[in-house]
Design a protein around this ligand. Structure first.
Ligand SMILES: [Fe+2]
Ligand SMILES: [Fe+2]
Length: 208
């Protein structure tokens, strides 16, 4: 990705961050960390071989998940409202949308400072060089986010922890169905992640 595109993407991410997330405890610290030199979020790839395996892939994928989540939330807004009635928990659409932004933008935070560039011949490739061997995928993202966003909500944590769904259920000791039933947001973020990965994948098939 060219520097110009990286900058545009970073600006869009920060605009959504600034506008869609309210003034919560730790928001400023989270923004400072994201934009500081210790964090490679805006240049990191999203994988070594699959979706977003290039510079800026992680931010691009996180924005894709956000865009897919917005579309799904619009489609299912009424169903989500009714489901909260069934669950007997309060529902506020603006609050739900804010949590959706938090979960979508930061669901793959575990990939920050995770990849490194290796030069092979004339080309460069990304390889994994884990700097924080936490173990889980979703749970590591929750852990990193909660270091900054001090008032992370239960549904945000559940949504991030379960976003891989059945393909990587090891982070969860309860059944995923139980988490998805408890949290419409968790189901929505999982589906948005799948849609962003498999419908918006920009890698050519022959590169798989
Ligand atoms: Fe993920
Ligand atoms: Fe993802």
């Amino acid at each position: 990705m060219e520097q110009f595109d990286l900058d545009l993407q970073r600006d869009r991410f920060l605009k959504i961050f600034d506008e869609k997330i309210s003034d919560r405890e730790g928001k400023d610290a989270l923004r400072a960390w994201l934009t500081g030199s210790e964090c490679d979020f805006f240049t990191a790839p999203a994988s070594t071989k699959y979706h977003g395996n290039y510079e800026g892939g992680l931010c691009e994928h996180s924005l894709d998940v956000y865009d897919m989540a917005v579309r799904l939330e619009n489609l299912y807004a009424e169903d989500i409202r009714k489901q909260y009635l069934v669950l007997n928990r309060p529902y506020d659409r603006a609050r739900f949308q804010e949590s959706m932004a938090v979960a979508a933008l930061f669901h793959d935070l575990c990939k920050v400072n995770f990849y490194t560039v290796k030069i092979r011949g004339r080309s460069s490739i990304f390889t994994v060089e884990e700097q924080l061997p936490f173990g889980g995928h979703g749970s590591k993202s929750v852990y990193i986010l909660s270091k900054y966003l001090k008032d992370i909500r239960d549904e945000e944590a559940i949504a991030i922890n379960c976003h891989m769904g059945f393909s990587r259920a090891v982070d969860s000791t309860v059944s995923l169905g139980e988490s998805f039933h408890y949290s419409p947001l968790a189901w929505l973020i999982h589906v948005a992640d799948e849609a962003a990965t498999f419908l918006l994948d920009r890698v050519k098939p022959e590169e798989y």
